[in-house]
Structures are given as C-alpha cells and as structure tokens.
Design a binder for this molecule. Structure first.
Ligand SMILES: *Cc1c(COP(=O)(O)O)cnc(C)c1O
Length: 463
C-alpha cells in the first residue's frame, strides 16, 4: 500500500505536511466495506444506514456522540470464530474489549466463552447469565476478594500470572473444598505488533511467567504440587492488532516445548493450550486482517506439527479474540462543531466527543478512518484532523484523513471500527458524559449502555 505525502486534490495546501496518510479515496462517498460493519450502507438520500436505520434518525433519537453496534454483525463474527475453530477448540471472547449484559447474552446464545479480568467484568458476566464454567479469569494482580468470588462462582479456569497467585488461588480453593481448574500464563519471549513480531530471550513486561529462565517450569512444579489446583494447561498471549502469524508460530512452538518438558519431568500431558488473542482488524482500508478460518487453520497446523515432532497428544486449543469480534461491529457518530482551516497544514474538525470516548489515538498513536455520513458530497477532498472538545492538544480522534471540503458545522461524521477498547476505556475527563452504546438490528435500535448524565456525575461526588 503506497502512502504519499503529496496526495492529489487537497484544498488548503499546495504542499501537504508530512503525515501517515494515504492518498484520498477516489470517491469519498464510498464506504469501504473493510472498515464498516456488515449492514452499513448508504440509502437513496446518501445518508449512512446501519441495520436499516439512517444516521439522522439515530442521532435524533440517541444524540451524539454515540456508539452504534451492529448486532447481527457481532453475532455473525461470533459464529464465524466458533465455526472456524470447531468442536475441538474453544473461543473465549475477551470481555475487556467491550462488555455489557446484552453482549454477554449474545455470546452465550452464539456458543462462545468469555474472558474476564476484574471483579466488575465477572459480575457483569454472571449477572447476565453466562454459565461460570464458560468463564476464564485473567489478570496480573487479582485481589484475594476477586479470587474468592471467582472460585465461589465456579469459573471454568483461572489463569495464574505469578508465583504469589499460585499460592493464593490454591489456598482459596482449599478453603472452599474445591480443586480449581487453572492455566499458567507464560511469557514466551515474543512481542507482536501489527506487521512485525520480535522474538526476545526475555520479556520486559508485567504479564506472565518467563519460559526462558526456567521460571515457567518452576511455576508448573508448584502448581502440580498443590491440592487446591488442577493444572489444565499453559496460556500465552503475545500482543495486539497482529496480522503476521509468525509470532503465533514461535509462541505455539515454545508452549508445546514446555508441554513436552512437563511430560518428561512429571509424566503428565496437559490437555490444553491457550494461544491468547490479539488478532488484527481493519481500522483503515490499508489494513488486511485475516479471516477466522485462516487463523484457525494456521494455528491448528502449527500446534499439530509441533506436537507430532514432540510426540505429544495434540492438546485442545483455545483462543481469545476481543477486538477481532467487536471492533469492526461499531462506529462512533459525532456532530461537527467547529472547523479551522490552517493554511499550509490541515483543517481541524472539532467534534462533540474526543479522547473521553476514544483514547486509542492518544494512547497508541492508533489510526482511524472517518466519513461524512449525514449526506454525500461532490466537493474536493480536504486533509483533516478530527479532534475532540477536551482541554488537551493531544485530544485527537483521527490524525490524518480526508473529508469533503464543503464540510459544515452540524454535519454528522462517523469513525468506524470503534467497537473495541473505546467505550471500555472511556473516561469522564472534563466531566464528559460517557456516550451510550446502541445496538442496531433489523430496523430496530435499542440502548444497551445508556448515556451518562450529569446526575450520574453528581451522585458519585458525595460532597
Ligand atoms: C487483551 C487480551 C486479549 C484480547 O486481545 P484482542 O487484541 O482484543 O484480541 C486476549 N487475551 C488476553 C490474555 C488479553 O490480555
């Protein structure tokens, strides 16, 4: 994909500033299906519709900013992952990407399992009726109270992340007279980001227990020795927004090696391995994510091959996609408030939300795309930066993109692929009211997480 610093047709500049942007699409009115959820289209009047409902109606009924989640797309993606991995593997949706009771019910109905990583996520999952045995509990510093609740509820697995936790979970389980099923999270020395991965001997980060210096083998020894624990497998999660399967290949090979070492030392073949999540999605048309069936085949081929080489029974595989399921299913709808053309640079377009509803651009330098969605336009493309209304110059939603030059206050614009890590990381900065999540399906729209109100803010502030 070519990225040009001098794309054709900008309005406000003869020479465009340096930036990570591609040339504008040939027709800004075309909604690239790669980045929009499946039921998104333009109606006869040129307005974007999702689930058959036009954005103007959605904005009128639910206000802006707001997240609109395409429920049938979400369910279809759940089914695609479950079908791709089949009955001999387990798909856990990573709830931290976005979790609500409605989402839990959809997951349950579509046959997925659920990862949680806090007491709050666990409560949401249980409250919405997810069977505890389909829940996995993660985190590098679960409190004893959280462990108690997870064990009492009977969660299917707790993923152990430290030596202290091995002992804590064993104690809690023994006190409750149960054997808790657990996995040990290992760091395999692979760091994967988008188009590259780095294999290192040692990982300088807070998660997991290192394979490299024998720590993971020691953790296995301890877990096997404690009555309160039933060690069912090994877990590895190598990064996020990954397109290159080579990182998973290295990770799977190292995890299988550990299983072989465990067999040689203890005479047990652990029945499961979890290869984590982190599969990438298209935020802009430049991104080329893989389909679930390609990912499933690649992972199962790697594991099968490595197990044959090590003469191990092939373990049951689990994966934990979060972003890859919910990310593409939602967009954020904003109203344009102010427009500032900076001669020779770009045009700043301010919307009625910002870093409080999408922190990823500020936090990770994430890239997004954006479109004018309340109408079509034949105007020339102009280079824009979509910014929020917060008191922070880093309050950027979309760093570099093109919108039609006749953009005006009151227009609705939408940022696609905001289903993951946007509402779940939303903040009240500047006492912003966190936007609602509205599920849209077959001509019906309903709020699944309501908009915060000023009363909500004052209720927490007890004076
Ligand atoms: C965050 C996380 C995931 C999900 O990552 P995505 O990039 O959303 O797929 C899965 N497993 C673990 C352990 C995680 O921490």
């Amino acid at each position: 994909m070519s990225r040009s610093a001098h794309p054709a047709g900008p309005r406000h500049a003869d020479v465009l500033p340096e930036g990570h942007y591609s040339a504008p699409a040939a027709d800004l009115n075309v909604l690239d299906e790669k980045v929009w959820s499946r039921t998104v289209t333009r109606d006869a009047d040129g307005a974007l519709t999702v689930g058959g409902i036009a954005v103007a109606r959605l904005a009128e009924e639910f206000g802006t900013p707001a997240y609109f989640l395409d429920e049938s797309d979400f369910r279809a993606r759940c089914r695609a992952w479950a079908d791709a991995f089949g009955p001999d593997a387990d798909v856990f949706y990573a709830g931290k990407a976005f979790l609500s009771r409605a989402v839990v019910r959809w997951l349950k109905e579509e046959g997925l399992n659920l990862d949680v990583c806090s007491g709050g996520e666990l409560t949401t999952a249980l409250d919405a009726g997810m069977p505890a045995e389909r829940i996995a509990f993660h985190g590098n510093n679960k409190t004893v109270a959280e462990i108690e609740r997870a064990v009492e509820a009977g969660v299917g697995r707790i993923v152990l992340d430290s030596f202290q936790e091995i002992v804590r979970v064993a104690h809690v389980a023994q006190r409750h007279g149960v054997r808790q099923r657990v996995q040990i999270r290992v760091t395999v020395g692979v760091e994967a980001h988008t188009h590259e991965f780095i294999a290192t001997a040692h990982e300088d980060q807070k998660f997991g227990i290192a394979l490299a210096d024998g720590q993971a083998a020691e953790a296995v020894r301890r877990a096997l020795s404690l009555d309160g624990l039933e060690l069912i497998g090994v877990h590895s999660h190598i990064g996020s927004q990954i397109f290159d399967m080579a990182g998973f290949e290295v990770s799977a090979r190292r995890v299988v090696q550990l299983l072989a070492e465990i067999r040689d030392e203890h005479g047990v073949e652990l029945p499961e391995i979890d290869l984590g999540g982190g599969l990438g999605i298209a935020y802009t048309p430049d991104d080329d994510p893989r389909e679930p069936h390609e990912i499933a085949k690649a992972l199962s081929d790697i594991v099968t091959r490595e197990c044959e080489a090590a003469k191990l029974r092939t373990p049951r595989i689990s994966v934990e996609p979060g972003r890859a399921i919910v990310g593409p299913t939602a967009f954020t709808l904003y109203e344009v408030g102010t427009i500032k053309p900076l001669e020779g640079l770009r045009t700043y377009v301010s919307v009625d939300g910002g870093m409080s509803d999408n922190i990823r651009t500020a936090l990770y330098d994430a890239e997004y795309s954006v479109a004018l969605v309340s109408r079509t336009s034949d105007a020339e493309p102009m280079l824009v930066r979509v910014v929020g209304k917060h008191c922070e110059s880093g309050d950027i939603v979309v760093k570099d993109a093109f919108l039609p030059a006749d953009l005006a206050p009151g227009d609705l614009i939408a940022v696609p692929a905001t289903g993951a890590y946007c509402r779940s990381m939303a903040s009240n900065y500047n006492h912003a009211l966190r936007p609602p999540v509205v599920a849209v399906r077959e001509g019906e729209a309903r709020v699944i997480v309501r908009r915060e109100t000023e009363e909500d803010l004052l209720r927490l502030d007890v004076g």
